[in-house]
Design a protein around this ligand. Structure first.
Ligand code: URA
Length: 247
């Protein structure tokens, strides 16, 4: 078999094993009931709300680019001291679906890109299993610079940094935001009480955007032997897919 084909088959095998592990049983059916390969992009009609005056924004967003240039030079909090690079976030400037994590880890700090380490690889697989590519969604974090030793961002750091996230959301205008883990969930849903298990599994309204809180990919990695949280994340992502593409 040509080496290229063997590589493609290997990749498919990894994807299929992952999907099975997280409880995807109906691989021959998409949420629309049509055959779909994992990773097949979905057509996603979407009018971003971020223009403010109701006019659609041009493809790409120079305002978002300008914001990211500001973030790269930001020194508003102490996290700037220890960073290699700030990590503004990346993806489709008109994405209907956003993922928001906590903050960059070591790999992200080195590369200046969100979710590229181990947790990022898992998130990328989840996104692919939903039928999207990373470039079709937008991936961002609560804080844009790596907290030392990957600690949880301090209140002041979050307060200094989240105006950037709010502006990103305003410019992108997603329909759904997946809040990955406790830090992101607390930011969007400060009144939600209880464990992630009890909070997740339903949408919350936040400024007219649907928020889906779910477990952080790092939590799934830390609890690798436990299929429960993976299954819950996949159930949550199925709700997101249904909301975006219809039942
Ligand atoms: N964890 C996060 O919350 N964000 C990243 O970008 C990477 C790991």
């Amino acid at each position: 078999m040509p080496r290229k084909n063997a590589k493609i088959l290997d990749g498919l095998d990894v994807n299929l094993r992952f999907l099975k592990e997280i409880g995807v049983e109906d691989l021959n059916r998409s949420v629309e009931g049509k055959a779909v390969k994992p990773g097949t992009p979905k057509p996603a009609p979407h009018t971003p709300q971020g223009g403010g005056d109701g006019t659609p924004k041009p493809a790409g967003s120079s305002e978002l680019d300008e914001l990211h240039t500001t973030i790269l030079a930001c020194r508003l909090c102490g996290l700037a001291e220890g960073r290699t690079r700030a990590v503004p976030g990346e993806g489709n400037p008109r994405a209907e679906l956003m993922f928001v994590g906590e903050g960059p880890g070591r790999d992200e700090d080195e590369q200046g890109r969100p979710f590229v380490g181990r947790a990022g690889q898992l998130l990328t697989k989840i996104i692919a299993a939903m039928g999207y590519g990373r470039e079709q969604v937008f991936i961002a974090n609560i804080v844009k610079c790596r907290p030392p030793d990957n600690r949880v961002p301090l209140r002041g750091e979050t307060a200094a940094c989240t105006p950037y996230l709010l502006r990103q959301i305003e410019l992108i205008g997603p329909k759904v935001i997946v809040a990955l883990g406790k830090t992101a969930t607390e930011f969007f849903l400060p009144d939600a009480v209880g464990s992630m298990t009890s909070i997740r599994g339903r949408f919350y309204d936040w400024k007219g955007i649907r928020i889906m809180p779910t477990f952080h990919p790092s939590y799934l990695i830390r609890n690798e032997g436990n299929k429960g949280p993976k299954k819950m994340v996949w159930d949550d992502m199925k709700l997101v897919m249904t909301l975006l593409t219809g039942p």
